[in-house]
Design a protein around this ligand. Sequence first.
Ligand SMILES: Cc1cc2nc3c(=O)[nH]c(=O)nc-3n(C[C@H](O)[C@H](O)[C@H](O)COP(=O)(O)OP(=O)(O)OC[C@H]3O[C@@H](n4cnc5c(N)ncnc54)[C@H](O)[C@@H]3O)c2cc1C
Length: 427
Amino acid sequence: MAETPPKQHVVIVGGGLIGLCSAHALLREGHTVTIVESDHPGAGAAIGNAGEITPQQVAPLASPNMVKDVVKGVFTPTHYLTIALSKIPYLAFWGLDFIFASGKKRMASGSAALAQFADGIFPSLDRLTEAGIDTTGQQRDGFLMTASDEDLLVGSHRAYQERAKKGWGTAPGPIMRGKELHEFEPALQPGITGGYLLPAERSLDPVTFVASLVEDLKKQGVDFKVGYKGDRLTADGRGIIAVDANGVEHTFSGDKVVIAAGAYTTPILRKSGVKHKKVVSGKGYSFSVPVETMPRHLIHSKDRNAVIIPMHERLRVVGMMEFDEKPDQFNKSRMEVLEKAARTVIKGADWDNKYEEWVGPRPMTSDGLPLLGAVKGRPNTIVATGHNMHGLSLGPITGEVVADLVAGRTPTSDGKPLDIAPFAVQR
Ligand SMILES: Cc1cc2nc3c(=O)[nH]c(=O)nc-3n(C[C@H](O)[C@H](O)[C@H](O)COP(=O)(O)OP(=O)(O)OC[C@H]3O[C@@H](n4cnc5c(N)ncnc54)[C@H](O)[C@@H]3O)c2cc1C
């Protein structure tokens, strides 16, 4: 008979998407969990995002086209991607590696590494649903990808077809143009001339998802230490020294510690002397807007860089990528750029009455891959962060991988062994 792994006490630093999903997976295996959270559970990038659960799109951001966007981002304040000039020295190495990661070979290996998760994304999410977590607000009939730029339309369609041929996600539907497209999605502005469906992708409402996870974890006895900012690891690597609002230090220790502080991870690891792939903040924005007729689909505009999502009874607009290393700072001009883009995609919205304006920091790595595994030489310190634009898609499965690592098992995705070497903390 297989031996049952011993039950452990795990301290998780960060109560965002990854921390909460990890806690849930650990509880399912009978461990006890403490979550140390500096702000409140669901702060950071957890709730204002686009809600996309998307095996097809889980790929590194770096690509030859993106390099052009990065250059534009330094000089064009109205671009969707911006980089603060003053932060270029801090971001220089990260940016250089991003450019190297955009080469064909590294892009292909990064895509293959992330594609290992493709088959596991929905089953892991479904296990949360079965356990009673609220995954509603869902679109289960795919995403409408649009582009009026013909090269982007055809090129992205081909790229998704190629991914599907490799078994990474479901193939896109045929390209629709003109009348056919507008009959398929009447909410589109006339200027949107091309699109296709990614038929198997799903979405959910991250607000209700996170609230339900927090409530469930509390019921199951997770000890939430809220208002404690993780500062550095304890010397034995099993705990965290955190600072409260009065500047007083507290130590929270267990058998293992999981660092899941999203875009805020690098200062903790740096202070703890842990060499790691740097995680920087790539801020995104969102708002909700009243609309005459709800779009039938989640609309993901490839060329206007805006995602428009029917989410429960409201319509959310999401986009932007801002590198300024001020992860919590709301920048009104970014919101205006997003609104301008969204106006060109959908009609019938009451733009003067936007609400739920939000900013959140994506935890970005230069190669687009998360940091997922134990720290070299410190087997009791696990890092689970750097999920870039995919922390919701990958949250439930990352939680299960963390539980595998805590138990000392080989992590799996949909029952297949997962090679986590590409996600090494130091690489
Ligand atoms: C605009 C936008 C749209 C997005 N859309 C999608 C999408 O459609 N699909 C998708 O899969 N992903 C999406 N993402 C990405 C996703 O939101 C992130 O990848 C995800 O939130 C990362 O999870 P995390 O737990 O690592 O970080 P977070 O969710 O940011 O959580 C980090 C937590 O750690 C806490 N913390 C920080 N520092 C400390 C400290 N020192 N001590 C203790 N606690 C600390 C924070 O307060 C926060 O609660 C989007 C992101 C943005 C910004």
